[in-house]
Design a protein. Structure first.
Length: 132
């Protein structure tokens, strides 16, 4: 098949505005949509500014099962990967904004990477790929 791409991934959160503040104010993502829906729900989509690839649908948990999955949507594995063209710049900015890194940056054959956690406990790789 051709002409397909993953464009949106759901991320369970406890509160729309808290999640928008972290992804927007701390990580610098842009909010591309925030539309009210029935029953107090919202369609909130954020994505890295100028970035290509999938956006995140911030979905406020609606029941106990969803609340239990917040921060553990991938069973404890790194589930999200934030690609950058300048690791040092973004790593420093994220540290200054209070992002909690779980390790020091490391240089691998595929690039420079460090794992960080969002406020919910989801783990992310900040990665700058090595030149090919």
């Amino acid at each position: 098949m051709s002409g397909q791409s993953v464009f949106l991934v759901t991320l369970l959160v406890d509160d729309y505005d808290r999640a928008k503040a972290f992804y927007g104010d701390v990580l610098g993502f842009e909010c591309v949509e925030d539309t009210p829906l029935p029953d107090g729900k919202r369609w909130v989509v954020v994505k890295p500014k100028g970035g290509q690839g999938a956006a995140l649908l911030l979905a406020q948990s609606a029941n106990d099962r969803q609340k239990a999955a917040i921060g553990n949507q991938t069973g404890g594995r790194v589930g999200f990967f934030l690609k950058t063209d300048n690791f040092a710049r973004d790593h420093a900015a994220m540290l200054a904004s209070g992002v909690r890194f779980l390790e020091e940056p490391r240089h691998e054959v595929y690039g420079t990477v460090a794992v960080f956690s969002d406020p919910y406990g989801n783990t992310w790789d900040l990665i700058e790929h090595a030149p090919r």
